[in-house]
Design a binder for this molecule. Structure first.
Ligand code: ADP
Ligand code: ASP
Ligand code: MG
Length: 411
């Protein structure tokens, strides 16, 4: 008997038929003698619908009520999945994040999970119940409903798996595993049998929406092997796990695209200590994440500072920068909201020279202009025009021979 955590994403519970299908899979696992804790996302695009609804009433929405509203999406699917399981002859109980003991920090919309008190889950399992938990949410120590960021049900699942010391953590989704890049934009993408946590963390943070980045971080921290697989087919998917120390044949494991990016420039600020600190502290205080940063010194003792950020953060960032610009007379703000970030990721690039040059040449050969560059040990990212994002992904996928990928060696 194994203790299994399964997570089903929005598409997988998107219709009544799919809910019945998911219930069938859950019941089959139960009848094999396993104990099951199942985390569900909201049905289909219902979280988007709730956001649109909120914005018709009040924009920006009141943070506390926004979270209370968004959390209802997962309550609907959890209750329906529990009902579908009952209809198939097994016992199931749906629990909200709070009822399941998920305690978050007291920050609305993007909270981190602080701890899980799993007593209620264990009590229900002892009663032979299949436990269905709403993903994407928990409760603050003050007892308020809190959500943990878009796509966060993956993180709910991995953290619950760690808290109850599950034997298996399965993420069921609408693709049959992790691919070398998003198979919806690159037909040559190949499924990987396994991928290292560090690579998956980079890919997820750089736009590969298949996994919530914090779920991979949690997997790494707690040593949870995450099995990403299809909710529609039986085939096994991709294991996210420790990398081996064996050297890689290929420099690059995957390509990611984040195409909802923006670029901002603040020009003609004084070239003196403290200016960058002032700008980025103000952005940080307003919870605006910036990514690639370039500072260029101009002839007349001034600098221009350019950075990228999520499109969603553009409006608040403009408000912050307009205040800052008042401190530096003559400074100007420019922005472009049609930016994409294309990235190559692979632990193999640590040992292989010339990877950056090959990336830049590939983009140049395809007539794609690079606006900003950032690198880490295992990734290189370039900001480019949004309209060229898909072309860039396909060109890089080919140039780094990912269409002929051999599985990386993992332990
Ligand atoms: P769920 O609703 O199950 O959480 P998501 O929509 O969040 O599913 O994630 C699955 C989607 O992620 C896929 O449909 C696919 O288009 C996209 N995706 C992006 N990058 C990758 C990748 N490298 N491998 C697989 N899927 C990817
Ligand atoms: N329903 C939430 C969202 O759409 C959480 C999730 O699906 O993981 O972002
Ligand atoms: Mg998801």
């Amino acid at each position: 008997m194994a203790l299994i955590v399964q997570k089903y994403g929005g598409t997988s519970v998107g219709t009544v038929e799919r809910i019945k299908h998911v219930a069938k899979r859950i019941v089959a696992s139960k009848r094999q003698g396993h104990q099951l804790v199942v985390v569900v996302s909201a049905m289909g695009k219902s979280t988007d619908d709730l956001i649109a609804l909120a914005k018709q009433i009040c924009d920006p929405p009141v943070p506390r009520e926004y979270d209370a509203l968004l959390a209802t999406g997962e309550k609907v699917s959890a209750a329906l999945v529990a009902m579908a399981i009952h209809a198939q002859g097994e016992k199931a109980v749906s629990l909200t994040g709070g009822q399941a003991g998920v305690v978050t920090e007291s920050v609305y919309s993007k909270a981190r999970i602080r701890k899980v008190n799993p007593e209620r889950i264990f009590k229900e399992l002892e009663k032979d119940q299949i436990v269905i938990v709403t993903g994407f949410q928990g409760e603050s120590p003050e007892g308020d409903i809190i959500t943990i960021g878009r796509g966060g049900s993956d993180t709910s699942a991995v953290i619950l798996a760690a808290a109850i010391k599950a034997d298996v953590c399965e993420i069921f989704t609408d693709v049959d595993g992790i691919y070398t890049t998003d198979p919806r934009i690159c037909p040559a993408a190949r499924k990987l049998d396994s991928i290292a946590y560090e690579e998956m963390l980079e890919l997820a943070s750089l736009g590969a929406g298949v996994m919530h980045p914090r779920s991979v971080e949690a997997g790494l921290e707690h040593g949870i092997v995450i099995h990403v697989r299809s909710s529609m087919h039986e085939s096994s998917g991709t294991l996210i796990k420790e990398a081996s120390t064996m050297e890689r044949e290929k420099a690059v494991t995957g390509v990611a695209l984040a195409d909802e990016q923006a670029k901002m420039v603040i020009r003609d600020v004084p070239d003196k200590p403290g200016v960058a600190a002032t700008i980025f502290s103000a952005l940080g205080e307003n919870k605006i994440n910036v990514d690639m940063i370039i500072q260029a010194t101009q002839k007349d003792g001034t600098n221009s500072i350019t950075f990228t950020l999520d499109q969603d953060d553009l409006k608040p960032a403009l408000r912050v920068l307009e205040e800052i610009a008042k401190m530096y007379s003559g400074s100007k703000i420019e922005y472009n909201d049609q930016i994409a970030k294309v990235s190559i990721v692979g632990v193999g690039m640590i040992s292989q020279p010339g990877v950056a040059a090959k990336m830049f040449k590939t983009l140049a050969d395809n007539g794609i202009n690079i606006e900003l560059i950032s690198t880490s040990e295992i990734k290189i990212s370039c900001a480019i025009a949004k309209a060229q994002g898909v072309k860039a992904v396909n060109a890089l996928h080919k140039a780094f021979e990912l269409d002929t990928v051999r599985q990386p060696q993992l332990v």
